[in-house]
Design a protein around this ligand. Structure first.
Ligand SMILES: NC(=O)c1ccc[n+]([C@@H]2O[C@H](COP(=O)([O-])OP(=O)(O)OC[C@H]3O[C@@H](n4cnc5c(N)ncnc54)[C@H](OP(=O)(O)O)[C@@H]3O)[C@@H](O)[C@H]2O)c1
Length: 338
């Protein structure tokens, strides 16, 4: 690896811009691979807003000085140390570009951040485990303003890394070390952990059921916190947790007893009070944006649960219309290009 790592970030959305900022601060030579429709905006540079808890001041910081690429031909003409996948689980599977990118980027370390339970296995078709680092995103980032009237000097990407948060990564030791050291040099709170996929599987299962429950409640906290809605969500969350535990060999015994209405009744209003933006709006906007990914994740739980003989009725009740899914049909849907 060169002194200043050459890093390609795929996707310059809310997450790509945040990681890009820290990697650039670490001295990386940065480029984004963007869709043609976003290239002009990317070449102008971005505005970032770093938020603190309870801190409602939006101080703009200009983020520019990176390359903007739109084709595999441009990518293949350069040498890369790291490739970061800053797109959703569904975007990863759309269009067959991942194999092409793997061929165009030689021996680069790949960093994946996707949340679906079988994303890593899917990616291993093209990127060998010896070059694949997995990470979990612990921050919230979004296009600001989230809604009219917010005190945002100009449109940009706002992000919040909650205090004491660590951004965990796992992977082959030498490559993992390079990624974590680079991020830390840029001021990002990266940490090494044994297995990100296993560590993230159970919290992600709860979050996925929560998001489906919130959507079913029309994205309204008030409606979500009503008894029927909470009970439906918790039933689905318990099933998703058990399926994720079965799949990753993680233990669910500490988490399952916590999945009670009181947990959501306590945490949701508290989280809404300390976030420096409207949490209800963020959840609606963000999870509508990645809605296809949420549905893919729910289908994956149902399909894996069925193949393991685990209960999935609660999950299916929360995803009407997906009752006919099978492992084969879900897999072929997920892998179909386009
Ligand atoms: N934002 C957060 O707070 C947050 C927090 C935790 C986890 N995550 C996860 O992080 C992932 C990315 O989320 P995000 O908020 O950054 O989404 P985003 O703002 O939509 O950014 C993704 C960007 O990548 C683009 N893209 C998709 N496929 C591409 C390709 N093949 N080549 C180049 N660009 C491509 C998308 O284009 P289109 O607009 O055309 O789709 C979009 O501009 C998701 O899995 C999400 O669940 C996000």
């Amino acid at each position: 690896m060169s002194v200043n790592p050459r890093v390609l970030l795929v996707g310059a959305g809310a997450v790509g811009q945040v990681f890009g900022k820290y990697l650039q601060a670490a001295g990386c030579e940065l480029s984004f691979l963007v869709k043609e429709k976003y290239a002009e905006e990317a070449r102008r540079g971005y505005t970032l807003y770093e938020l603190g808890l309870l801190d409602k001041d939006y101080e703009p910081v200009t983020f520019s000085g990176f390359g903007v690429l739109v084709s595999m031909r441009e990518i293949a003409a350069q040498r890369w140390d790291q490739v970061w996948l800053c797109v959703s689980s569904t975007a990863l599977r759309a269009g067959g570009w991942v194999g092409e990118l793997a061929r165009a980027t030689g021996d680069a370390t790949w960093v994946m951040l996707q949340p679906a339970l079988d994303d890593r296995e899917w990616l291993l078709q093209w990127v060998p485990a010896e070059r694949l680092v997995s990470g979990m995103i612990p921050f919230i980032s979004f296009h600001a303003p989230l809604k009219p009237g917010e005190p945002v000097p100009r449109p940009g990407t706002a992000f919040l890394i909650p205090p004491l948060t660590r951004g965990p990564f796992s992977g082959p030791p030498e490559r993992l070390d390079q990624v974590v050291r680079t991020l830390r040099a840029g001021g990002y709170p990266a940490s090494r952990t044994g297995d990100v996929a296993r560590g993230a599987a159970l919290p992600t299962a709860v979050l996925t059921a929560f998001v489906e429950g919130l959507e079913a409640a029309g994205w309204s906290f008030e409606r979500f916190l009503q008894r029927d809605s909470l009970e439906r969500t918790i039933r689905a969350a318990r099933e998703a947790v058990q399926i994720a535990a079965w799949r990753t060999h993680a233990s669910a015994s500490a988490l399952l007893p916590l999945l009670r209405p009181a947990l959501f009744k306590l945490l949701l209003p508290l989280a809404a009070r300390v976030t420096p933006f409207d949490l209800e709006t963020y959840l609606r906007v963000h999870f509508t944006k990645v809605g296809e990914q949420s549905r893919l994740m729910m289908r994956t739980y149902v399909d894996l649960g069925r193949s393991a003989g685990l209960p999935v009725d609660g999950l299916q009740a929360l995803t009407p219309g997906d009752g006919t899914s099978s492992p084969e049909s879900a897999r072929s849907r997920a892998e179909r290009p386009g």
